[in-house]
Design a protein around this ligand. Structure first.
Ligand SMILES: [Zn+2]
Length: 256
């Protein structure tokens, strides 16, 4: 595993260099979201920009998101799952990704199987099954660019989603470009130093940020009191959401 040694770039994010998406191969772009909302929070501006440039965009939502309100009687897991899927489809429709470009994998929220891409010998049976599923998905979509969660995101499902995609890449005829996006490093209390060999850059999304805001607002179960009967329920704080409404998004790539 890569070590962590460089200070977090998030303390002075506005100083990171700006890059454009203009030189991506005109081929399917895949956005991998550990939970229904990560794709919009982390990459909503990029998705809207890619669609306006004519790129086909596919979104893979890894977990079912049903742990956000585990004690709600009004929204038991099957209903919550349905709600979160409908929120995702509404958000992505605004960003011009149609429903047939969205795949809900439905793995358990909070328990996405973890694999170490460098050593699969310790992987559980459920992790190997998830990995095979991921390989089949990548062979079908054949993305040339993948936006995926940051390898060292503080949330385990984000790290596990990274691991599954990374371990499945060998199934592809040519390796895609991997662009990682941070979510929970935006929380100063969870933030980690930047992984060794990573470089961080910004994408200007000023023309897309109003649309991104509307897309984030589609996630009412995560941002409002829509689900009133679980006081322990998850809530994206306005302070956290504000980080995703900058006129730029932050991306991380491993240097060769
Ligand atoms: Zn997440």
């Amino acid at each position: 595993m890569t070590s962590l040694s460089v200070a977090s770039p998030f303390a002075a994010a506005a100083n990171l260099p700006l890059r454009s998406l203009g030189n991506l191969p005109l081929a399917p772009v895949l956005v991998v979201a550990p939970h229904p909302d990560d794709e919009t929070l982390g990459c909503g501006g990029a998705i809207a920009q890619l669609r306006s440039l004519g790129y086909p965009v596919q979104v893979l939502v890894v977990s079912d998101g049903t742990k956000s309100h585990p004690r709600s009687q009004l929204y038991p897991a099957p209903r919550l799952r349905q709600l979160r899927e409908s929120e995702t489809l509404a958000a992505l429709a605004l960003l011009k990704v149609e429903a047939d470009g969205v795949t809900f994998w439905g793995l358990p929220d909070g328990a996405v199987p973890a694999v170490d891409p460098a050593d699969l010998s310790e992987a559980s049976a459920s992790a190997l099954a998830a990995l095979e599923h991921c390989r089949a998905y990548l062979r079908r979509v054949l993305p040339q660019t993948i936006f995926l969660p940051y390898q060292f995101d503080p949330h385990r499902d984000h790290r596990a989603s990274w691991g599954l995609v990374r371990a499945a890449l060998g199934a592809m005829p040519s390796p895609p470009r991997l662009i990682e996006y941070p979510i929970w490093d935006w929380d100063p209390n969870q933030r980690q130093p930047l992984g060794d060999r990573y470089s961080a850059w910004r994408l200007d999304i000023a023309p897309q940020v109003a649309l991104k805001r509307q897309a984030i607002d589609c996630y009412r179960s995560q941002t409002t009191d829509l689900i009133p009967d679980d006081p322990t329920g998850f809530r994206l704080s306005p302070e956290l959401v504000a980080n995703f409404l900058n006129p730029w998004e932050i991306y991380l790539e491993q240097t060769p």
